[in-house]
Design a binder for this molecule. Structure first.
Ligand SMILES: Nc1ncnc2c1ncn2[C@@H]1O[C@H](COP(=O)(O)OP(=O)(O)OP(=O)(O)O)[C@@H](O)[C@H]1O
Length: 275
């Protein structure tokens, strides 16, 4: 494929350290290809960013990776389970996901600690009088890790957008997932909120005990240091995939976004602008 950095050779079935193995996956809806012939492999210790313009298929890719959708054609394994052939209920508990839609489902009066603890039962809204002290301790530890321990007893609805996003990440980590999916975690944040969140995502990315991660974003400025790989998507197909430093070229991003771009690396961050 033109411009492609890495031609994925995906062993099927994948070995046990492979968390995502997609082989020539297609997703077709109403005669349109949302994903076309996509092959991709994510290993346990990798942290991927998925970049692409609106409508490129990024959310569709996360829907596959979180077992919320299975391919129309092609083979997709997530955490060793073949999509379309497996009990997705069990598989979904092994994948942590944060999306913009989640915040809308949380009752504003819900206590922050409860938002995190209830992940253990895949529910939103407190429904038990008391929790296992171990679960509560873990939730507090995660809130602390995300820098919001002081908000444990606050109502979710009173948090800033950035604090809500951090609560959501703590919730996604609560079940100790093997794969963590982050759909535009920094969208809608002001500069300060964005940078704080990027700092926490960097800490997670550098933590060898953290799960494999896939982060979707529209902006190269929002790639947290510590992320190792990138997949560039356009119109459902892979423009480039591989090591971050090799993929993030002006040529690849120009193809991905369909306009001439200049890409700079400043320290461990990227910037892009029209060239
Ligand atoms: N059920 C569906 N039927 C037909 N087309 C669909 C369906 N769901 C999504 N699409 C289309 O598939 C394309 C990919 O959608 P997707 O949401 O995966 O893109 P995205 O990269 O996440 O976009 P954005 O950055 O805007 O969130 C879009 O053009 C969308 O309109």
């Amino acid at each position: 494929m033109d411009g492609r950095v890495l031609e994925a050779a995906v062993p099927i079935p994948p070995d046990e350290d492979t968390v995502i193995a997609f082989d020539r996956v297609n997703v077709v809806r109403g005669g349109n290809f949302l994903i076309r012939d996509l092959s991709w492999q994510v290993e346990l210790d990798e942290r991927w960013v998925v970049l692409g313009p609106n409508g490129a298929g990024k959310t569709t890719l996360l829907n596959l990776a979180s077992a919320r959708m299975h391919p129309t054609r092609g083979t997709a394994y997530v955490l060793g389970e073949k999509l379309g052939r497996t009990d997705v209920t069990e598989l979904r508990t092994r994948v942590g996901i944060t999306t913009g839609r989640f915040a809308d489902q949380v009752p504003p009066s819900e206590k922050v600690l409860d938002v995190v603890v209830t992940a253990a039962w895949s529910v939103v809204g407190r429904w038990r009088e008391s929790y296992d002290p171990q679960d509560e301790a873990r939730a507090r530890e995660l809130l602390d890790q995300l820098g919001i321990a002081g908000f444990a007893d606050r109502e979710f609805g009173t948090l800033s957008e950035g604090e809500r996003k951090r609560t959501q990440i703590a919730r996604a980590l609560m079940t100790d997932p093997e794969l963590m999916l982050l759909d535009e975690p920094t969208a809608g944040l002001d500069l300060g909120g964005r940078e704080v969140l990027i700092g926490h995502l960097t800490e997670l990315a550098l933590d060898p005990d953290a799960p494999a991660m896939v982060l979707v974003t529209h902006h190269v400025e929002e790639i947290p240091p510590g992320f190792t790989h990138a997949l560039l998507l356009r119109e459902g197909t892979v423009v480039a995939a591989g090591l971050l430093g090799e993929v993030m070229t002006a040529e690849n991003l120009t193809k991905t976004f369909g306009l001439p771009l200049i890409v700079d690396r400043v320290g461990d961050r990227y910037t892009a602008r029209a060239g």
